[in-house]
Write a new protein. Sequence first.
Length: 308
Amino acid sequence: MRMITLAAAQMGPIQRAEEREIVVRRMLALMDEAKGKGCDLIVYPELALTTFFPRWYMTDPTEVDRWFEREMPNDAVRPLFERAASYRMAMSFGYAELTPDGHHYNTAILTDRSGKIIGKYRKIHLPGHSEFDPERTHQHLEKRYFEPGDLGFPVWRELGGIIGMAVCNDRRWPETYRVMGLQGVEMVLIGYNTPSVNAQKGAEGPEKRLFHNRLSVQAGAYQNACWVVAVAKAGNEDGFPMIGGSMIVNPDGEIVAEAKTEHDELLIHACDLDDTLFGKQTIFDFARHRRIEHYGLITSRTGAIPPP
Ligand code: ING
């Protein structure tokens, strides 16, 4: 038995005008609740400190950079690090990262139980577009405001297991899980902000989006025999709805905990990392079953090329 009592800390909407300090107070309340339930690790959503600002078309770099953190931790979030350390609780959350040399990433971090940052991941699969698109009912300008991540899909030994991270759209791409699976990952932490309606296809609403959310996360967990925790920023931000549906999925691909609301909501589950072993030693024993001599197109070809 290698137990991690896991807290998925779903957050409700953050309005554009909401200050980081108010958001951090909401995150601290969730952390207190998690402590009360003996959690070892708390996972917050993507871009947990601010509204989902890539929905807004901005042209002034100064205005854009107001949504980014120049250092981590910083004064606004230090209370989170201090309280997590006092609780001996590891934590993960997403934020917009502006590096000293001027690069912009959609980033997630992982701390150990002492509040030290031991892992950083920068979102690789950036959805949406980079210029204003009048055809869309709402903008999704992640390709405008972020660069693709440059750190790959690393994993870290922490809390007695092997932990990796991904961000939002990454969860829809099997490569995300597989690259970590090939490093033995046992638990993947994923935050997301997912609009409730497809900006290009109004008929695709929350039911379909929640279905795709479950489908992607359950497949990733099952096909790599690992735990996956997916944590939403949910609800209506300045008139733009986002799905909830935060969940904890076991290495068999089963949902063991799922959010019921679109508000701040804590999901707790005692995860045994040893539950990953049977899948890794049998059906998904990669070493025994994979045939990489046939997989070349996966890394040599970006877009699909149909036969003539
Ligand atoms: N949000 C959405 C996500 O991948 C999206 C964007 C939704 C893309 C549905 C494709 C389909 O969940 C972020 N932030 O990636």
